[in-house]
Ligand binder design. Structure first.
Ligand SMILES: O=C(CO)COP(=O)(O)O
Length: 252
C-alpha cells in the first residue's frame, strides 16, 4: 500500500507573514491521517515555516538544492543546510528549473543522489512540453528524463524516491491533463520502473500528478490506482483550496 502524498509547491510566492498564516490554517484542519502532506516553501521561509509546523503532521519541503556539500557555489543551498532546517522532502528537476535555469538531467541526477545520501526524499519531476505531446513524443521524453535522472541509482535508493509527472503544458495554465491522460502516462512511468528495477520496486514508488490541480479535479485524478497524490502549485497558496485537495477522499 502506497501512502497518498499531497505536496504544495509555493514557488516564488508568499512572505513570512502570509506563509505562517497559511500553514497555521492548514495545520489546524489537517490531522495525522492516511495522507502525507508536504509544504515546499522558498528557502528564506524554511526556518519559520518549519517552526509553525513543528506540532503538526505536515512536513517541510524545499524546492531545489545543490549536489555538492559546500564550496564556491554562489547562490546555492546544500542538502546539509536543508537538513539543519528540518527539511524532509526536496523538489528536484521541476520543469521551471529545467527550462528557465537550464538544469540538465545530469545535474538532476547528481541532486537526486545527494538528496538520497542525506536522507531527504527527492520529488523528481518529469514531464513533456505541449509540442512533444502533440507529436507523440511523450513516452520518449519521459524515458529519456527518467533514464538520465536515475543513472547509478540502486533499487534500494529508488524505493525512497517520489516521482511527480507534471506535463509542462498543464502547469499554471488551468489546462489539466484529462484523468485518462494522467493515468495512462503515470502507468507508463510505473511500467518503466518495473522494466528497470523490477515489479516489487515499481509497486513501492509513489507517483504524483501535477499541473493545475484544484479541489474540483483532484478526486477524478486520484481515481487511477497508479496515481498516489499531487504536486500542487497555485492552489497550495490558498488554505481552503489546499485543505480541500488534501481531503479529496471525502469529497469523492
Ligand atoms: O508546477 C506545479 C507544481 O509543482 C503545478 O503548478 P499549478 O498547480 O499552479 O499548475
Amino acid at each position: 500500500m502506497r501512502i497518498p502524498l499531497i505536496a504544495g509547491n509555493w514557488k516564488m510566492n508568499m512572505n513570512h507573514e502570509s506563509g505562517k498564516d497559511l500553514v497555521r490554517k492548514i495545520s489546524n484542519k489537517v490531522s495525522a491521517s492516511d495522507t502525507e502532506v508536504v509544504v515546499c516553501c522558498p528557502f528564506p521561509m524554511l526556518l519559520e515555516i518549519g517552526k509553525c509546523l513543528s506540532d503538526s503532521s505536515i512536513m517541510l519541503g524545499a524546492q531545489n538544492m545543490h549536489w555538492e556539500n559546500s564550496g564556491a557555489f554562489t547562490g546555492e543551498i546544500s542538502a546539509d543546510m536543508l537538513l539543519e532546517l528540518g527539511v524532509k522532502y526536496v523538489i528536484i528537476g521541476h520543469s521551471e528549473r529545467r527550462q528557465i535555469f537550464l538544469e540538465t538531467n545530469h545535474m538532476i541526477n547528481l541532486k537526486v543522489k545527494k538528496a538520497l545520501e542525506r536522507q531527504i526524499v527527492p520529488i523528481l519531476c518529469v514531464g513533456e512540453l505541449l509540442n512533444e505531446r502533440e507529436t507523440q513524443q511523450t513516452e520518449r521524453v519521459l524515458r529519456d528524463q527518467l533514464e538520465n535522472s536515475l543513472v547509478n541509482i540502486t533499487t534500494q535508493e529508488a524505493s525512497k524516491i517520489v516521482i511527480a509527472y507534471e506535463p509542462v503544458w498543464a502547469i499554471g495554465t488551468g489546462k489539466t491533463a484529462t484523468p485518462e491522460q494522467a493515468a495512462e502516462t503515470i502507468g507508463f512511468i510505473r511500467g518503466w520502473l518495473k522494466e528497470k528495477y523490477g515489479e516489487t520496486l515499481s509497486e513501492k514508488v509513489r507517483i504524483l500528478y501535477g499541473g493545475s490541480v484544484k479541489p474540483d479535479n483532484i478526486s477524478e485524478i486520484m481515481e487511477s490506482p497508479n496515481i498516489d497524490g499531487a504536486l500542487v502549485g497555485g492552489a497550495s497558496l490558498n488554505d481552503e483550496d489546499f485543505i480541500n485537495i488534501i481531503h479529496f477522499q471525502h469529497s469523492s
